[in-house]
Design a protein around this ligand. Structure first.
Ligand code: PMP
Length: 449
């Protein structure tokens, strides 16, 4: 084949060339069908090729695709901000549009710092976070990310913001169980705040359910109440990174609703454009905007394509589609179905050490044997093998976890479009079972050799 001019994630790998997508399926140029059980990167929340979204794109393109936010506002941008403010928690009434999840968390970090400056406090500049977290690839976002693999090359340029352990109950660092543990991992935050000094800390950021760095690590019931209480007591803003969990992925518009907490700032991305357009947002509470409105009256941030009408019109159409087809209220039931099927598979394949998650964001972690939870040696490349076997079987899974903290093991996430039908979920399980069986047979050979 001719050389490629495109920098792809693995330069010498062969990527199938995708021709088109329909619903939960993608088809490559050779006609092979893939069941998209990862919604790409947990993004294609309403599936592929939805006519209503294509129509909305065309309609807006006929009017105007781009206006610059420093010169104009537009109807799609105004409507989208109003819609998201109405759909999210009562206090989150301000919306800043950007183009990717990384920009959304980077913006959240800057707004948190600016909030304190507007109040006359100039020392609060750190945004603490957890290990086994991912908030994006730009330098500010990566500084907040506890993802050892993605940080490694840039360590000298990054801030050391990840400070506390994740609520990783499967491998509890304290060897305890919730709620008897008293949420020791959340209380670590207070110890760290005392060491660093609250005067230096603008905010704490967390993904309600940990995605890329931990494969759907889901905290126990009162975990976020403890975190939020500590933040409030020490005058530290709480940022919920809902780039992956937002827009119904876990069964509610925002995942934090399920832990009954109201963040000061929330980031959204992925499902917001559902893969039809690059768009993301930083939602800001009224009380956070208040000193800015009284003070400089401008948020120091933004990108050329922020709030462009084309992307906003597409995102509005995605939300209308979710609402019209009552998709989010069905997520919990669908998730419970998949979770049960996966727990059945775990009984047959004990190398599935843990099945966890919320709604349609489910993680599988793999271990050498379930009793001692010892991860597979990294050079067995278990995640990579499973992903590529699944792909051969026409099933797309999301690699998450392996090596992200340098300690835990291999893991994948299953997060199909929220529109998946029962029949398609059965097909997903069938293809997964084939994959696990093939892996099991291969593994016996690897471990002997
Ligand atoms: N935050 C979270 C929770 C994410 O999962 C991701 C992407 N995996 C990001 C931020 C970064 O988003 P993007 O890749 O769109 O920049």
């Amino acid at each position: 084949m001719d050389r490629t001019f495109l920098i792809k994630p693995v330069l010498d790998a062969d990527y199938p060339l995708i021709d088109y997508g329909k619903g939960v399926y993608l088809y490559d140029a050779e006609g092979k069908e893939y069941l998209d059980a990862s919604s790409g990167a947990i993004t294609a929340n309403i599936g592929h090729g939805v006519q209503e979204i294509i129509d909305a794109m065309q309609e807006q393109a006929k009017k105007v695709s781009f206006v610059y936010r420093s010169q104009f506002t537009s109807e799609p941008a105004e409507k989208l901000a109003r819609k998201i403010a109405n759909l999210s928690l009562p206090n989150l009434n301000w919306c800043f549009f950007v183009n990717s999840g990384s920009e959304a968390t980077e913006t959240a970090m800057k707004i948190a710092i600016q909030y304190w400056q507007e109040k006359g406090v100039f020392t609060k500049t750190k945004v603490l976070s957890r290990w086994m977290s991912y908030h994006g690839i730009t330098m500010g976002a990566l500084s907040m990310s506890g993802h050892t693999g993605r940080r490694a090359r840039f360590i000298p340029l990054l801030e050391d913001f990840p400070v506390i352990q994740p609520p990783y109950c499967y491998r509890c660092p304290y060897n305890k169980e919730a709620p008897e543990c008293g949420y020791l991992c959340a209380h670590e935050l207070e110890t760290i705040i005392k060491r660093i000094g609250a005067d230096h800390i603008a905010a704490f950021i967390a993904e309600p359910v940990i995605g890329a760095a931990g494969a759907a690590i889901t905290p126990p019931k009162d975990y976020y109440k403890v975190i939020k209480e500590i933040c409030e007591r020490h005058n530290i803003l709480f940022i919920a990174d809902e780039v992956m969990t937002g827009f119904g992925r876990t069964g509610t518009m925002l995942a934090c609703e399920q832990w009954d907490i109201e963040p000061d700032i929330v980031t959204l991305g992925k499902g917001m454009g559902a893969g039809y357009t690059p768009i993301a947002a930083t939602l800001v509470g009224d009380h956070v905007m208040e000193p800015v409105l009284k003070g400089s009256k401008t948020i120091m941030g933004g990108h050329t394509l922020s709030a462009n009408p084309q992307a906003c019109a597409v995102s509005l159409a995605v939300i209308e589609y979710l609402e019209k087809n009552k998709i989010i209220p069905e997520v919990e039931k669908k998730g419970a179905f998949l979770m049960n099927e996966l727990l059945e598979l775990q009984k047959q394949y004990p190398f599935i050490g843990d099945v966890r998650g919320r709604g349609l964001m489910i993680g599988l972690e793999f271990v050498q044997n379930p009793a001692d939870k010892i991860p597979f040696p990294r050079d067995y490349q278990v995640t990579e093998r499973l992903i590529s076997l699944a792909q051969m079987n026409g099933l797309l899974l999301y690699p998450a976890g392996a090596g992200s903290d340098g300690v835990s093991g291999d893991a994948v996430m299953i997060a199909p479009p929220l529109t998946i039908s029962n029949k398609e979920m059965e097909e997903l399980i069938k293809r997964l079972k084939e994959t696990l069986q093939q892996f099991f047979e291969q593994y016996i050979n690897i471990s002997k050799g």
